[in-house]
Design a protein around this ligand. Structure first.
Ligand code: DGJ
Length: 542
């Protein structure tokens, strides 16, 4: 009788959710177009022109509202906002979603979409967002332990109570969204934040040690065997060094150095996240991803937050956490183009949920969308920008917003490229569609601003092929020349150049650019500090 009643209650809950979901706009989803993975929002592919709020901004309603206002002034279409476990579940199983509701409301009122960041068991490796009732009850909710037995302020990955508590809170969050996000403001959810082991390459202690010496799960072995040819080289190397064994415990299959231990930890972090993500998706099937602090500056696992969703661990995360749709880099280190290339690999789409706030974000955004079919771009602590309308990011996002309808149509079809220039790379050659485009930094022109003697600001562009002889070049601080790579003996001339703008996806000419603006037909140019979209019609002669 009791079981019957529970079943009935459960069914009416499922039916209520199903009804709510059927009357609302389509739930965001991912879809494949050519080589690109696109995020579909309100039935249409969507490019995230985003910004992430500082960690504590969404804990104050007035500050959240000021942040949304700034985001709107910057031309963002999406903000990334944390959900704090300790504030939504201050007492065990007593939930309070008023801050989430404020974020939904404020984002909606400012015409913004939301990506919610689940600050649950881990935030930058640590567990500072675990509620106090978890922190204090450390016997029930144990911490990770180093080899010397030191307890860290990090929940153990190997403990069932930790997982169950996080999973229950996450499911409540997803249920809350399913029931209350009637405008479909939330478009994705990030599970945890910058997971990774610090202070030690792996966890120690009875549960962790037992797992380490247990057989590597069958599912992982099957994944390795099926994907042997395409495994990331570093994982392939570890497995190969142990003779590609298919049975055995973790040290037997991968060895026992810190990199092998990192694989063990990544798989267990992945399984923990999988259980949270899977339960969340059953409740509300929205795209989910995880983000990573990067393994830069020659550090080893444990020196950098090891075992997180790093590019070299993509296979491990995929095998352990199939409910996670993709992995994403937080870029605070030099080498922007290299990080992008590492993360848009093996079918993983590029979404940059965080990048250090800087004026160069503006050209980096163009590059990410042009070179890597990015799904989105989002500098960190966006609300710290003074005078948002004047910031270069606002200019770049204005261009990207105009080009979005075109970009989403051609993503994944190899019709776009990205350019980044500075005083270490003054020139870049791109071959696209039978033409070679030589992009030079604006300061290579003798008549550009004399401040070029100091350090050169990064400049860049997004190149789009419209047809064999028609191209769009959008950006700042570049001069471009053209050469036909297919027709031997021909010279390429500029037919004409127009500055253009796009309104509702339709191209309009602002003005013809010629004379000094094209160096009398020698090049297409956008001066340093100026931002525009230019259309060029090429022709060939001999
Ligand atoms: C990366 C984290 O993901 C953010 O939440 C924030 O802590 C920044 N680092 C740096 O402040």
């Amino acid at each position: 009788m009791k079981a019957m009643k529970m079943w009935n209650n459960r069914m009416s809950c499922v039916l209520l959710l199903a009804t709510l979901m059927s009357i609302r706009a389509e739930i965001p989803a991912l879809r494949q177009q050519g080589t690109a993975t696109q995020l579909v929002v309100d039935g249409r592919p969507f490019l995230i022109l985003g910004g992430e709020f500082g960690n504590s901004t969404a804990a104050s309603v007035p500050r959240l509202q000021i942040g949304c206002k700034k985001a709107q002034a910057l031309g963002l279409n999406t903000i990334l906002v944390p959900v704090y476990w300790d504030l939504i579940e201050p007492q065990a199983e007593q939930f309070d979603f008023h801050l989430v509701d404020e974020a939904l409301q404020s984002a909606f009122e400012h015409g913004l979409k939301l990506v919610l960041l689940w600050f649950g068991s881990w935030k930058n490796s640590m567990s500072c967002y675990a509620p106090l009732w978890i922190k204090e009850d450390y016997k029930q909710y144990p911490r990770a332990e180093t080899e010397s037995g030191k307890m860290m302020e990090m929940l153990s990955t190997f403990n069932r109570n930790n997982l169950a508590a996080d999973q229950r809170a996450f499911v409540q969050l997803m249920r809350h969204l399913a029931e209350h996000d009637i405008h479909q403001t939330v478009i994705m959810v990030q599970v945890e934040n910058e997971i990774g082991m610090l202070g030690s390459a792996r966890e120690y202690g009875p549960e962790a040690d037992k797992a380490y010496l247990s057989a590597v799960p069958e599912t992982f072995i099957r994944y390795l065997s099926h994907n042997k040819q395409t495994l990331h080289p570093s994982l392939h190397r570890l497995w190969k060094a142990q003779g590609f064994k298919t049975t055995g415990n973790w040290p037997e299959i991968f060895g026992n150095d810190v990199f092998a231990q990192e694989v063990f930890m990544a798989y267990h972090y992945g399984m923990y996240v999988q259980k949270i993500a899977q339960a969340g998706k059953i409740t509300y099937p929205i795209p989910l991803y995880v983000n990573a602090a990067l393994n830069s500056r020659d550090r080893k696992p444990g020196e950098y937050p090891g075992a997180g969703p790093l590019a070299h661990l993509i296979d491990v995360w995929r095998a352990a956490a199939p409910a996670i749709d993709f992995i994403a880099p937080d870029i605070y280190d030099p080498g922007f183009a290299g990080w992008c290339a590492q993360y848009q690999a093996a079918g993983n789409p590029l979404f940059i949920p965080e990048i250090r706030l800087a004026e160069s974000n503006a050209v980096h955004a163009l590059y990410a969308f042009g070179e890597h079919d990015a799904m989105g771009f989002s500098p960190f602590s966006i609300e710290d920008i003074d005078q948002p309308e004047q910031h270069p990011l606002a200019k770049s996002y204005r261009i990207l917003q105009q080009l979005s309808p075109l970009l989403v149509r051609i993503q994944g079809k190899q019709k776009t490229k990205g350019v980044l220039l500075d005083n270490t790379q003054k020139q870049q050659e791109i071959v696209l569609n039978g033409y070679k485009f030589t992009f030079s930094h604006g300061y290579t022109l003798p008549w550009e601003n004399p401040k070029h003697k100091g350090s050169w600001e990064e400049t860049g562009a997004l190149l789009i092929a419209l047809s064999d002889t028609e191209y769009l070049i959008a950006g700042t601080g570049i001069a471009v020349t053209f050469e036909n790579t297919d027709k031997k003996g021909f010279t390429t001339g500029i037919g004409y150049v127009d500055e253009v703008e796009f309104i509702n996806g339709k191209m309009h000419v602002v003005q013809r650019l010629s004379g000094d603006q094209t160096h009398q037909g020698r090049h297409l140019r956008i001066p340093v500090g100026a931002w525009s979209i230019q259309y060029v019609k090429l022709y060939d002669y001999q």
